[in-house]
Ligand binder design. Structure first.
Ligand code: MF3
Ligand code: CO
Ligand code: CO
Length: 287
């Protein structure tokens, strides 16, 4: 099914600088705690700031996506995203988070998530998930999209499209008063129609002043996840679907997560806030 040979580790370039004038999350200089126990319900000012950080992250993903093509390395994609965030006075949240060495995640083919940009050039037909988080005015906005280098095969193209649809269905299921597990239930039932694997051990998460915090947002049905959604809660919905199973392996770099069966994966992610009558996407691009 895969057109490229299996992905292998490639050299990672030196860490890029961020101008001192750009405010950074505390963890970059201080290390742990990486995340704090933020209030579940955010005030309107925090949400307004998240809309700004979210828009920058979304615009950065689109800018990087415009450059996805056979021949470009994921390291070059990282540089493009890094420069874009800095030009918009945002800090690339992943850079220095728990030791992650780059400004975005590029997860190619059978890499499910947390791929580190490196010297491997993309090959015709590759799928690359570009996941960017921007930190600005004290809050994070986290978003991911799936792109193709050249023309993917039909199975892979459909996987990318349906993973986006799965995410959107999860977002549309959000209503105050409903339990959190409504999100995973709709995502999993949609993915199952096509026989896709639904990754279980990597999840959506609360986001705001902290990068990863309560609640954990599962992309599969978990009857015990009965916490009720409330207006002002902010979290990500970021399903990872595969053409095979959901078991995974990790490289020795401590980051790169791949499907155990080598099947290719897609991912889409938005940061959302629960509203009075649904959800608002905070990671919408400018236009
Ligand atoms: N943006 C990823 C997410 O959706 C997290 C990346 S953390 C990193 O949660 F350290 F791997 F970059
Ligand atoms: Co996320
Ligand atoms: Co992300």
């Amino acid at each position: 099914m895969a057109m490229s040979a299996a992905i292998a580790p490639a050299p990672v370039s030196a860490r890029l600088d961020v101008p001192a004038a750009i405010a950074r999350p505390a963890y970059v200089d201080d290390g742990p705690p990486w995340d704090l126990d933020d209030a579940l319900v955010k005030d309107p000012d925090t949400i307004a700031r998240m809309r700004v950080a979210g828009r920058i992250a979304a615009d950065a993903v689109l800018e990087v996506g415009r450059h996805v093509a056979p021949g470009i390395t994921t390291d070059e994609l990282d540089r493009i995203g890094h420069d874009f965030l800095i030009a918009h006075d945002a800090y690339p949240s992943t850079l220095g988070y728990k030791g992650f060495p780059k400004s975005l995640c590029t997860s190619v083919n059978e890499v499910i998530c947390h791929g580190i940009p490196d010297a491997r050039p993309l090959i015709e037909g590759d799928v690359v998930k570009v996941d960017i988080t921007a930190f600005k005015n004290g809050v994070h906005g986290d978003t991911c999209a799936t792109f193709f280098a050249g023309h993917p095969n039909e199975d892979v193209r459909l996987l990318g499209e349906r993973t986006r649809e799965a995410m959107l269905r999860g977002i549309r299921a959000v209503q105050p008063g409903r339990p959190l597990n409504v999100i995973g239930r709709v995502i999993e039932s949609y993915a199952r129609r096509f026989g896709y694997g639904v990754v279980r051990d990597y999840t959506g998460h609360g986001v705001g002043p902290s990068f990863h915090t309560r609640p954990t947002v599962l992309h599969y049905d978990e009857p015990r996840a009965t916490q009720l959604l409330e207006p002002g809660m902010t979290f990500t919905i970021e399903p990872m679907l595969t053409l095979g199973g959901y078991d995974w392996v990790m490289w020795d770099d401590g980051w790169t997560v791949l499907t155990a069966d080598g099947s290719w994966a897609a991912q889409w992610e938005h940061t959302v806030v629960v509203t009075e009558d649904g959800a608002e996407i905070l990671t919408s691009p400018s236009d």
